[in-house]
Design a binder for this molecule. Structure first.
Ligand code: GLN
Length: 450
């Protein structure tokens, strides 16, 4: 009830696309009754969760914030949703985002932008902007987003909360609408590390419906979080990232102060060169648009998605018209870019080259991660943009993804936790990256640094 009332009161933030009021109240009542009868409750009993509008929930609409899927009703639930429900979580509604998870501001939604609750003239970040604001504004306990190149960590940073992107394959992608399949991963927003750990515990693990979901055992994240962590940790930072000209000068100073404080507390912090830094955004946008152009070919007006009402078209024009009407401008831009880099004659120059860059970057990053407990980095080079500030300049928007796309290119887990407030009043965070499948220590380090 408290959350439902707040959602209604803060409707202008445009975080929720739909609120499952009756269903959520019924579930709460059912849990209450069960408790009164001494029945058994699941691990997430009473935990109120919001879900990004790219995650399928049986019998509920899912649109990827696109006209293309307006009114589309899921015929099955994502594995992550099944697991939340099995542990008695209460799903309260679905959350606004950039269309097909493509964007960094939530301004690409067909349903209008979500507003940052700390300053409504600013964006919440994206693409999981609604999921971030729902937690930031206390409209639910935790929320799910998806992170292909930063869509959980970046809005968490802009909103002053925690955002976790687990290892690629840690959480099943079954029922997550695909953007770029070799990058996509469901992520978790929370205000507290233990909440994030509790949700990860439930939704992580192998899944017969997703062959890329790892068989790697799921440790007890919560129990491990409680262990005392008093050993001195070895941190690395990437000099080429930390001294990149794109980074806000005040923030750069604050990160350096933060590193010095860690050293004062008995940890080591070592600067490492990382010469690939300027190649990661181009490699990310070549590869993800290539995968997107293929993934989004299913929305053809026949099998899925919006169908044009225009009559007497031949098949090619029917596809063209349906897709032109259904997709927004950023999605079209990416489909065109992806189709171009995959086309005969350009494939080797762009797609193959970007795959090679991905391999080099992964080898180098994994090598550094072998030597240290964690890498520390900014999450975003600036605080939250003003609404409209970057909409006319897609390249500038893409370049702001410089610190987040790295973890997705390599498949390693990364988390953004709040660090402090900028003199402009907006919060920003620090990003922590660890080895694949080391969420256990990632969460512990995150808690230590908060
Ligand atoms: N901002 C990035 C992009 O637009 C990340 C998106 C995401 O992680 N879904 O591709």
């Amino acid at each position: 009830r408290t959350f439902l009332d707040r959602i209604a009161k803060l409707k202008h933030l445009n975080a929720f696309l739909e609120v499952y009021e009756e269903e959520a109240l019924n579930k709460a009542q059912e849990l209450d009754n069960r408790l009164a009868k001494g029945g058994k409750l699941g691990a997430l009993a009473g935990v109120v969760v919001g879900i990004k509008d790219v995650i399928c929930y049986k019998g509920h609409n899912v649109s990827a914030a696109s006209r293309m899927l307006e009114g589309f009703n899921s015929i099955f639930s994502a594995t992550a949703i099944e697991r939340l429900l099995a542990e008695d979580a209460i799903i309260i509604g679905n959350l606004n985002c950039d269309e097909f998870a493509m964007g960094s501001t939530n301004e690409n939604s067909a349903y209008g932008p979500t507003l940052n609750a700390l300053d409504i003239t600013r964006v919440p970040g994206g693409s999981s902007g609604g999921s971030a604001v729902a937690v930031q504004a206390n409209l639910c306990h935790v929320s799910l987003g998806s992170d292909t190149g930063g869509s959980v960590r970046q809005p968490a940073d802009f909103c002053g909360i925690i955002g976790l992107k687990p290892t690629y394959g840690r959480i099943s992608r079954h029922g997550l609408i695909a953007y770029a399949s070799s990058f996509d991963q469901i992520g978790i927003f929370g205000r507290d590390i233990a909440d994030v750990a509790a949700v990860l515990q439930v939704i992580a693990g192998p899944d017969e419906f997703d062959s890329t979901a790892s068989q790697h055992p799921v440790p007890d994240y919560l129990a491990n979080l409680a262990l005392e962590n008093n050993k001195s940790l070895k941190f690395a930072y990437l000099r080429d990232a930390q001294y990149h000209d794109g980074l806000d000068a005040e923030m750069r100073g604050a990160y350096i102060d933060f590193f010095e404080k860690l050293v004062d507390n008995g940890h080591t912090v070592t600067g490492h060169s990382f010469e690939y830094i300027d190649h990661i955004v181009p490699a990310y946008y070549v590869l993800t648009t290539a995968e997107a152009s293929s993934n989004l070919s299913r929305y053809d007006g026949v099998k899925f998605g919006h169908r044009t009402r225009e009559q007497n078209l031949d098949l090619t024009d029917f596809y063209k018209k349906s897709r032109s009407e259904g997709f927004g401008i950023e999605v079209k831009r990416r489909i065109l870019l992806g189709t171009f880099v995959l086309s005969a004659g350009y494939y080797d120059a762009y797609y193959t080259k970007a795959q090679q860059v991905r391999r080099l970057v992964a080898d180098k990053l994994n090598e550094i991660l072998e030597e240290y407990d964690a890498i520390l980095m900014p999450t975003v080079p600036s605080t939250a943009f003003k609404l409209g500030e970057k909409t006319d300049d897609p390249i500038a928007m893409y370049l702001a993804d410089i610190y987040t796309v790295l973890a997705n290119l390599v498949g390693v887990p990364a988390i953004s936790v709040p660090l402090q407030k900028h003199s402009n009043g907006m919060p920003y965070g620090v990003q922590i990256i660890t080895k694949k499948f080391s969420e256990e220590s990632l969460l512990r380090i995150a808690r230590l640094l908060m």
